[in-house]
Design a protein around this ligand. Structure first.
Ligand SMILES: [Zn+2]
Length: 887
């Protein structure tokens, strides 16, 4: 028996997309039998196998994947086979001399209670559960663990009845019974063929929260959410989200649920957010459990998005799956796009779009400019887990959104219909999706493939010229994509530019291209194919302001010359709410870059008065949705701003942002207090959109005010913290107090902990607010904090609440100039790597971009990377990233 935690070999091998070969064998049915016990678990599998007609070279040899398994026996057609016909390797079981069709039975023993990497079968609190995507099934039994091998599963689970009354797997429960000595069993059958990564098992003593849904065609579906008993009162929101997701997919895409039962089980220990296993989704409890006093408005919204996401996978991912893991974006990009549209329909399109673009710029743009840059469909990987990235998911969703923009909602739907008509029940590629979109709309999308082939964020430059005689205005677009590791030369992309012209009166101009008889609308999509391309419009009066990339129609960086007056004009007048917000962001970016440069020259950073004034106008605009106002008042995120510098001094970037915040707060202190008072109605908590928007804006005002250091504002924080009847207000006040040393801060953290110490997810918030703190001795405080009895690296959420938040969300202290922040993260990352490589590998992200830093920090960060590289038995997850960063 090999210990699960050290079974991962450190020898890195690279897999390439071009090397794909169909499997040598196909599996029609797989029967699994689990005997769950505290010491070890016995897994018997029985598969009906046949040689794949697409592979004539199999020659009776079959190589199965397997890791950390103890092999007990192998039989073929009921006969034990001799030792010389099978060979156990470190990650394989090779069988020879197989007939072209046979029944293969394998028995193995595993130790799920010792599994700390949380891939395969493992324990979490009162339950056993599984996580198989991408390659976890091979830690359960030997199998062709690849997504293109799809089989019908029957799963029998046996366990002690008292400790594990609930026994679940995919599909429908077909039989159950009692064994002797207090054990019982349940048999589940999944009628839909599926790849092994969608297998799931849950066994434990769990509370059932029931629900039901009637599909559009009138079928009754039973809904069940399983949680630990103490969370029985936190399931209602998630249940509502399941129902609205089911309804939305019927209405938007005509897609109905296909089984009689849909289950969700929540666990505190989970590496990812959630997993779409057929009929039995497994969720990180942070994305299921919510009660107004324990979860924030953002938690509520995230839960809705992720519940939708996993549910939507039932069609985009499960019914049509990926041929190999390089195609991951086929299911993830598409499903993220679907969950974004769902949330937008449930809340506000503008708010959702802006929030998503902020995230894209905070995480994906930096990734595209770093050592791990890869196309949305990677060409190679060493460890697949490393490619569950913002690029594959979020940029992938942007690429899907561009089909939607180019083809229109109706054309996109036609493409989706054709995609399902052609591929339901099979494992396909991103090219198949693109072909369905193109064929259904009779469009040539050949050049569009480059979005799947090239890494890096494209830069789009615009120049325009105006002829006052002819009243013609010409826009010349030039695109280029910077080099990324392994890709020096890039080809021009097919880019949809949704475009408008705002007239001097603030209204959109009807747009007529040269050669057209009449104007055709006020917003038009310009399709860019060439490296440089021009368009000319007729009848354009003087003084129009162009509006490029409305709704952020392509994931590119726009470069165009604008005066401060034009920015302010667009902030007030653009008919596209995204671009109204964007004008403010780009204006702020330009000013902040100037302030960072001023700091570098030893000058005072001063914010432009035009911006301060325009900001104040937005603050007081009572016509706008308060959620939109709060997004408009937030300055660009630190990672996005940092990308603008070839040589980055993170200290200067932070100083500039802080200075801008203080100057805005000083200029508008009274207005901020007023708006906050207007938005804090004092009414009891309600979760409607209006109230959420008001809380968001009130808390944004509070966070600006808390930077002024005034006793009155501090008292307001304390009062809000003590009087809040909901977690949103409570944690927002705590976040403000967290940056202010003194008895108020200590008192708040102590009482928060005392009140919530039995609620693990709330304790995570307690840790993360400290990890995000801006006190001068934050690193020293964190060194002490991780000695707290509630801190453990064995719970991924808890580890993330300190190490993830510190590395990704506290740039100021992470980049401390003496290297203490780098050292702190590295110490724990090394420890984490031995327990849970997948999660450790996520924590390393902020340490990778050392080459762009100023010389002092550059050397300090590189030294930490080398310390990680020198670790014995470093996981291949972390090794892949470290070696690419140091290359
Ligand atoms: Zn997904």
């Amino acid at each position: 028996m090999t210990d699960a935690a050290i079974a991962t070999p450190t020898q890195a091998t690279t897999k390439y997309r071009k090397d794909y070969q169909p499997p040598t064998h196909l599996v029609d049915t797989l029967e699994l039998e689990f005997d769950l016990a505290e010491e070890h678990t016995r897994v018997r599998s029985r598969m009906t196998l046949r040689e794949n007609p697409a592979r004539s070279d199999a020659g009776g040899e079959l190589v199965l994947d397997g890791e950390a398994l103890e092999l007990v026996s192998v039989t073929v057609d009921g006969e034990k086979i001799s030792d010389d016909r099978y060979q156990v390797g470190e990650e394989t079981l090779t069988l020879t001399g197989l007939p072209t069709e046979c029944v293969l039975e394998i028995e193995v023993v595993i130790e799920p209670q010792e599994n700390t990497c949380f891939e395969g079968l493992y324990r979490s609190g009162p339950m056993f559960l599984t996580q198989c995507e991408a390659e976890g099934f091979r830690r359960i039994t030997y199998f062709l663990d690849r997504p293109c091998v799809m089989a019908r599963y029957t799963t029998t689970i046996r366990a002690e009845r008292a400790a594990y009354p609930v026994l679940l797997s995919n599909g429908n429960l077909v039989d159950s019974g009692e064994d002797s000595d207090g054990r019982h069993w349940a048999r589940w059958e999944d009628p839909f063929p599926k790849p092994s990564y969608l297998f799931a098992l849950v066994a434990g003593d769990l509370h059932l929260h029931p629900g039901s849904f009637t599909t559009a065609s009138g079928r009754e579906v039973e809904l069940r959410i399983y949680v630990e008993h103490l969370h029985a009162d936190k399931c209602e929101h998630a249940m509502k989200c399941v129902m609205s997701a089911m309804r939305w997919d019927e209405e938007t895409f005509g897609l109905e649920y296909d089984l009689d039962l849909y289950m969700i089980a929540a666990t505190d220990k989970f590496n990812m957010g959630a997993m779409e296993n057929k009929g039995l989704n497994i969720f990180n409890s942070a994305l299921v459990l919510a009660r107004p006093d324990t979860a924030t408005d953002s938690d509520y919204e995230r839960i809705e998005g992720v519940i939708g996401h996993e549910y939507f996978h039932n069609w985009t991912g499960n019914r049509v799956t990926c041929m190999d893991w390089f195609q991951l974006t086929l299911k993830e990009g598409l499903t993220v796009f679907r969950d974004q549209q769902f949330t937008a329909d449930m809340t506000s399109h503008a708010v959702k779009r802006i929030s998503d673009v902020r995230m894209l710029r905070a995480f994906q743009f930096p990734q595209d400019a770093g050592p791990m840059a890869h196309p949305i469909r990677p060409e190679s990987y060493q460890e697949m887990s490393n490619f569950y990235t913002s690029t594959v998911y979020d940029k992938g969703a942007e690429v899907i959104r561009m089909y939607h923009t180019l083809l229109g909602a109706e054309g996109f739907r036609k493409g989706m219909d054709l995609y399902f008509e052609r591929h339901d029940g099979s494992a396909v590629t991103c090219d198949d999706f693109r072909a369905a979109m193109g064929d259904a709309n009779e469009r040539d999308l050949l050049q569009f493939e480059r979005w799947y082939l090239q890494a890096g964020t494209p830069v789009l430059e615009v120049e325009d010229s105006y002829d006052s005689e002819t009243k013609r205005r010409t826009f010349t677009f030039t695109q280029s994509t910077p080099p990324t590791p392994g890709q020096d030369e890039k080809l021009p992309l097919h880019i949809p530019i949704v475009f408008g012209l705002i007239g001097p009166d603030g209204c959109d101009l009807p747009l007529r291209l040269v050669g057209e008889e009449t104007a055709q609308g006020t917003t038009r999509t310009i399709e860019l194919f060439e490296a440089t391309q021009s368009v000319t419009f007729e009848d354009v009066p003087e003084g129009c302001v162009p509006s490029y990339l409305r709704g952020f129609s392509a994931p590119v960086e726009l470069r165009c010359e604008r005066t401060h007056g034009e920015y302010a004009f667009a902030m007030a007048n653009d008919s596209d709410s995204f671009n109204r917000w964007e004008a403010g962001q780009q204006f702020a970016m330009e000013l902040l870059v100037g302030m960072v440069e001023a700091i570098g020259r030893g000058e005072e950073p001063v914010l432009d008065p035009i911006f301060i004034e325009a900001w104040g106008v937005v603050l007081l605009d009572q016509e706008l949705d308060p959620s939109l106002v709060s997004l408009a008042l937030a300055l660009p995120v630190e990672p996005y701003l940092s990308e603008r510098f070839e040589v980055l001094d993170p200290g200067h970037v932070h100083e500039a942002l802080e200075a801008a915040i203080v100057q805005l707060a000083e200029a508008h202190a009274e207005a901020l207090r007023e708006v906050r008072a207007r938005c804090s109605t004092g009414e009891p908590y309600s979760a409607d959109r209006e109230s959420i928007g008001r809380r968001r804006l009130a808390n944004l005002c509070l966070s600006y005010l808390s930077k002024l250091g005034e006793a009155g504002d501090l008292a307001a924080c304390v009062a809000q913290f003590e009087g809040a009847d909901n977690m949103t207000d409570s944690v927002a006040a705590l976040a403000c107090l967290s940056d202010v040393a003194g008895p108020e801060r200590e008192g708040a953290f102590t009482s928060f902990y005392e009140r919530w110490k039995d609620e693990s997810l709330v304790v995570d918030k307690w840790f993360s607010q400290q990890a995000a703190s801006d006190l001068p001795d934050t690193v020293e405080r964190l060194v002490e904090l991780v000695k707290h009895p509630d801190f453990t690296l064995k719970n991924p959420n808890r580890a993330r609440s300190v190490l993830g938040v510190f590395g990704m969300g506290n740039a100021h202290h992470f980049h401390r100039v003496d290297g203490a922040g780098y050292r702190f993260l590295t110490d724990h990352l090394i420890e984490m790597d031995s327990l849970n490589p997948q999660v450790a590998s996520r924590f390393i992200t902020p340490l990778l971009k050392w080459k762009s830093l100023e010389p002092v920090r550059r050397e300090l960060m590189r030294a930490e990377l080398e310390r990680i590289a020198a670790k014995d038995d470093l996981s291949k997850d972390v090794r892949e990233k470290v070696s690419k960063a140091l290359a």
